[in-house]
Design a protein around this ligand. Structure first.
Ligand code: AMP
Length: 504
């Protein structure tokens, strides 16, 4: 059997007329169309010299054609390499130099700038715009849709996704055909996807969430998705009348909650709301439930591992927890120093193993080796615990751990206390250089407009609730926290901003 992800998605397609994608501007693309377009584009890739194993780099706006490019690359046995649309030419130079693709696809407006960068590694350049037009689709329109899907083994690469890398250079995570297929199939089952589902797809498709979780799960289930270029709360709420599932980052949920149109009635047709890529505040979870009657299902994954855990479909979806290990995935918490497995409720490093876990970092054998244990577990870099009921809780990235006066301070513990205070919307606790303590615990928070929250009131409220060494030395109120496109709070930016508050 051909283990090519494309074959696993499309072989045995029984009803080519079934709707796969609908767009905001009224296009309807069936499964048969999608397969044909992927065939045409795969022929163009081959005609441009793309061979099995070659990388196809794409910095393109979200469009059906961009998704087709992903499917076509995989179908041709190439390795798809999506790049965040926000990357500058300077950043692209690193990615293209590192990955050495044989083809780079970019927006027509960027072709001139990318040309010389691509030339350095001998890559050809084709264009694809937000409207789906460009040299690539133009060439595809005049070639046959017949294409024999290239044979691939489970372990062959289907994609390389560069990690968002807030410290140091980002690394290319090598994902195999089976990593992607096995994880999506497991989610189809766990989240009970069927061909009756209609997914609201407003996530970017250069990231694992929108590209693999949302798109692959939909296609495996023969469901349909409504492809939206970006988060548009009013439109999304209107679409809920005929959709069944939404996948979003936490920002989706906070933004949608700001609309009075979000009600039990407007979400009546929906069966599932999934959140991930960043922590969903327990408050947001509760507020969403109060407003809509739906408990958001939070799951946990990362570029390197696909999805690891999920709250249950039936049963308690616990606010602030990311649920149980998915079938076939093993999750454990270990002592960061000794690597010994810890018991329930002990905080340590989260490690995972399973068919979902990537093959390693592109051309970084040392880095790869350092992040795997001898028994095959991948060290995620996330701190967390598994409670007595088996629910996994994430307490933040290991590098965000604050060490003050020699004591470990887990930011999440303090953030949860602060977030629960009246008038506080959210907080981020960071460690910044401190002459006496090494790092000073520092809380940065966002409050409701006009709320009477300041440094003194927060410190007073925390007094007696937290051990002295965990108490913030400074509390700073800001209008908003810096976030990346996936809704993650960028603590590195906060650390830079406040780097000098304790040292003169
Ligand atoms: P990325 O590789 O960009 O998907 O980022 C993965 C990281 O996002 C993980 O290692 C976690 O730190 C974080 N993350 C993903 N999902 C969650 C979640 N549900 N709760 C908390 N953190 C999450």
């Amino acid at each position: 059997m051909n283990a090519n992800l494309f074959s696993r998605l499309f072989d045995g397609l029984d009803d080519p007329s079934r709707l796969a994608i609908e767009t905001a501007d009224g296009q309807h693309i069936s499964y048969g169309d999608l397969m044909a377009r992927a065939g045409q584009m795969a022929n163009v890739l081959v005609s441009r010299g793309v061979k099995p194993g070659d990388r196809v780099a794409a910095q393109t706006e979200k469009s059906v054609a961009a998704l087709v490019l992903y499917l076509a690359s995989v179908r041709a046995g190439a390795v798809y390499l999506p790049l965040n649309t926000a990357y500058t030419l300077n950043e692209l130079e690193y990615f293209i130099g590192d990955a050495e693709p044989s083809l780079v696809v970019c927006d027509p407006s960027k072709a001139e700038g990318i040309g010389p960068i691509a030339a350095k590694v001998g890559a050809k350049v084709e264009t694809l715009g937000a409207d789906g037009q460009g040299s690539l689709t133009q060439a595809a329109a005049s070639v046959t849709a017949e294409f024999e899907t290239v044979d691939r083994a489970n372990d062959d690469l289907a994609a390389i996704l560069y990690t968002s890398g807030t410290t140091g250079r980002s690394k290319g995570a090598m994902l195999t055909h089976d990593n992607l297929a096995s994880n999506s199939l497991s989610l189809v089952d766990y989240w009970r996807f069927t061909d009756k589902d209609v997914l609201i797809h407003a996530l970017p498709i250069y990231h694992t969430h929108g590209l693999f979780v949302a798109s692959n799960v939909t296609l495996f289930a023969r469901a349909a998705m409504i492809f939206l270029p970006k988060l548009d709360p009013d439109l999304i709420i209107r679409l809920m009348a005929r959709a069944t599932v939404m996948m979003g980052v936490p920002t989706f949920y906070t933004r949608l909650l700001q609309s009075p149109a979000l009600t039990k009635e407007s979400t009546r047709h929906m069966r599932l709301f999934v959140s991930g890529s960043a922590p969903l505040l327990a408050d947001t979870h509760r507020e969403w439930f109060a407003r809509t009657g739906h408990a958001v299902l939070e799951r946990y994954g990362m570029t390197e591992t696909n999805m690891n855990t999920s709250n249950p479909y039936d049963g308690d979806r616990v606010p602030g927890a990311v649920g149980f290990a998915l079938p076939g995935v093993s999750v454990r918490v270990t002592d960061p120093e000794t690597g010994k497995t810890l018991g329930p409720d002990n905080i340590g490093m989260i490690e995972v193993k399973g068919p979902n876990v990537f093959k390693g970092y592109w051309r970084m054998p040392e880095k790869t080796k350092a992040e795997f244990r001898d028994d095959g577990f991948f060290i995620t870099g996330d701190l967390g615990k598994i409670d007595g009921r088996g629910y996994v809780h994430i307490l933040g990235r290991g590098k965000d751990l604050v060490i003050s006066g020699g004591f470990n301070v887990y930011p999440k513990e303090i953030e949860s206390e602060i977030d629960a205070m009246p008038g506080v919307i959210e907080s981020a606790v960071i460690g910044v250089p401190h002459a006496d303590f090494g790092e000073g615990v520092t809380a940065v928070l966002v409050c409701d407009k006009g709320a009477a929250v300041d440094e003194a009131s927060v410190l007073k409220a925390l007094d007696g609730r937290l051990a002295k060494f965990k108490m913030p030395k400074r509390v700073i109120v800001v209008d908003e926290l810096p976030r990346n496109a996936m809704g993650k709070v960028q603590k590195n930016i906060l650390r830079d901003t406040y780097a000098k508050i304790y040292v003169k």
